[in-house]
Each structure stands twice: as C-alpha cells, then as structure tokens.
Design a protein around this ligand. Structure first.
Ligand code: GUN
Length: 292
C-alpha cells in the first residue's frame, strides 16, 4: 500500500507555480492577482480564505480580501462583483461559499465574469469542461486528477466508482475521468443515495472516489484487493484529542481499508491540500490569460 501524500504534492506544485511567477515578473509582467470576497465570520470559511491568502503569498501572487458583514444585501454583493469583473488589475476572484440565506448563491456565481471565475463554478466553465474545452476546472476534481497524474496511476480502461453526485465533486469528476486524455479514458460509474448496488459496484472498481460526506462509509468489505481509494470526505467530528475539539474525518474506514489498497489518500493530508493548489493553478492561468 502506498499513501498518496497530498501535502507533499501540494508543496511541490506551489513551488512550481512560484518559479513560473518569478519568470513572469522577471520578464516585466505583473504577478497574478487573486481577490476573495468573504461574507460574515463563519469559522470554516475564515480558515479556508486565510489558507487561500497564505497560499497566494507562497506562489508569489498578489491577493486582496474584501469583507462584508452577514447583513450585506444581494445588491451590494453584486456591485462588488461588478467592480472586480471590471478591474483590469484583478485576474481572478472567488466568493467564498456558503452565503447567508437571504442571498441567492446561484445568482452570485453567475454574476462573476466566467473569464475570472477561478473557482470554475460558473455554468460557462462547467459546460466547457464537460465538452472538453479549455476552462477553469473546479478545485477538488482538478486536485484529484493532479494526484492521479503525480502518482502515475493508470485510469485508461479502468472502472472508477464515484460515490456522490455533487455539482462540485461527483459530476465534474465523472466528466473529467471520461475524457480522451490522461487521467481519463475510464469507465465511470456514479453511485448516490438512491443507488441499490453500491457495494457490488465498489467491489468491481479499480478506483473508488468517496465524496458523500459520511464518516467511515467505505468499509473493508466494499473494496477489492489492489484498488486505489481517494477520500474526499472532510467531516468535522467532535474529538477530545485535538485542541480545536474537532477531528477531520474522511468517508473511508482508513485503518481497515488501507491494507487492501494499492494507493490510498489519508484525511487530513490527501485531497484537501490539493484543492487550494488547484485554485492557485487557475489563478496562474488567469494571470497568464492562458484560457480566455
Ligand atoms: N466553500 C467551500 N469550498 C469552496 C470553494 O472551493 N470555493 C468557494 N468559493 N467557496 C467554497
């Protein structure tokens, strides 16, 4: 069994991006600039955004944080997005989700100029990715592809079972793994809460991606010998063993499943660190005007 070390790969990719930025700057171009809009003070969102800003510094990017109180109106938020859409000094930006209930999240996502949508959430980017056109890929699927690539895990002709059909992981990942490319050319099955044969599907899978958000859902008797298991779960489970009082827990019963695997991602330290790196890659592409 080989552990897929997302932390190590993420550091490598950030160093590669930093080297490209240094080259851009040496050629007289400005460094890529990522802006983030953060509404309210949710602990998880604060941490995510702080980590994104920190990663920008490591990559040599400029970053800006625009904060609003929880009470911000949809109109105010749309005006801020319009400003960022028009600002030639901003290459890409994100609106950290979730947003307060009185704001229509989809309306906000669609207000972002798709050419600056480094989250890859805008329907134009989702649609272009689906039909194989250059686009900003959403962070978690792109991070998983990067891990498969770096560990040279074969996907052509392999059976991949994705557990979970979310718009930001399951669906886009299924599309990407079907592409005529590497990683891709896989036979993809997506199972979800209405599927009646999850165990049988998993037992025939060469690669299982668990993205349903149920701690320890994937058990040892659902995995064939020599499979690769990618765990996207990040549920915060109360714990007396950590300072924060929480333990990040994956969707895989890791200790029991790992001995059967060829490759497996841990939680934390697997897919998680790769998602921020994917955002950094998109920002580099946005800065270089490499896609649009
Ligand atoms: N909230 C949780 N994950 C994400 C993400 O990838 N992007 C944004 N904008 N918000 C999130």
């Amino acid at each position: 069994m080989q552990l897929i070390d997302g932390k190590v790969v993420a550091e490598q990719v950030k160093q590669e991006i930093a080297a490209e930025v240094a080259q851009m700057v040496a050629q007289g171009r400005r460094a890529p600039h990522l802006a983030a809009i953060l509404v309210g003070h949710d602990g998880g969102s604060e941490t995510y955004v702080a980590n994104k800003i920190k990663a920008c510094a490591v990559c040599g990017f400029k970053s800006s944080l625009i904060r609003f109180e929880e009470t911000v109106s949809e109109a105010e938020l749309l005006a801020a997005i319009d400003g960022l859409n028009r600002d030639p000094e901003v290459d890409g930006f994100i609106v950290q989700l979730p947003l307060p209930k009185h704001i229509d999240e989809q309306k906000i996502v669609e207000a972002i100029d798709y050419r600056k949508d480094v989250d890859g959430f805008h329907p134009v980017n989702v649609g272009r990715a689906c039909i194989g056109l250059p686009s900003f890929l959403s962070a978690t699927p792109a991070g998983i592809l990067e891990l498969l690539r770096r560990y040279k895990i074969e996907t052509a002709g392999k059976h991949v079972v994705i557990i979970g059909r979310s718009n930001i992981v399951g669906k886009p990942l299924a599309n990407l793994l079907m592409r005529k490319d590497y990683p891709g050319n896989a036979t993809v099955t997506v199972v979800h809460s209405y599927s009646t044969d999850i165990k049988q599907q998993c037992l025939s899978a060469d690669i299982i991606v668990c993205a349903l958000g149920r701690p320890h859902f994937l058990k040892e008797d659902m995995v064939k010998e020599g499979a690769t298991v990618i765990d996207v779960g990040t549920t915060r489970v109360p714990s007396t063993l950590t300072k924060s009082g929480f333990k990040l827990t994956g969707d895989v019963d890791f200790d029991a499943v790992a001995p059967k695997c060829a490759y497996i991602t841990p939680v934390p330290g697997g897919v998680g660190p790769m998602t921020i790196v994917s955002l950094m890659k998109n920002t580099l592409l946005a800065g270089a005007k490499a896609i649009y």
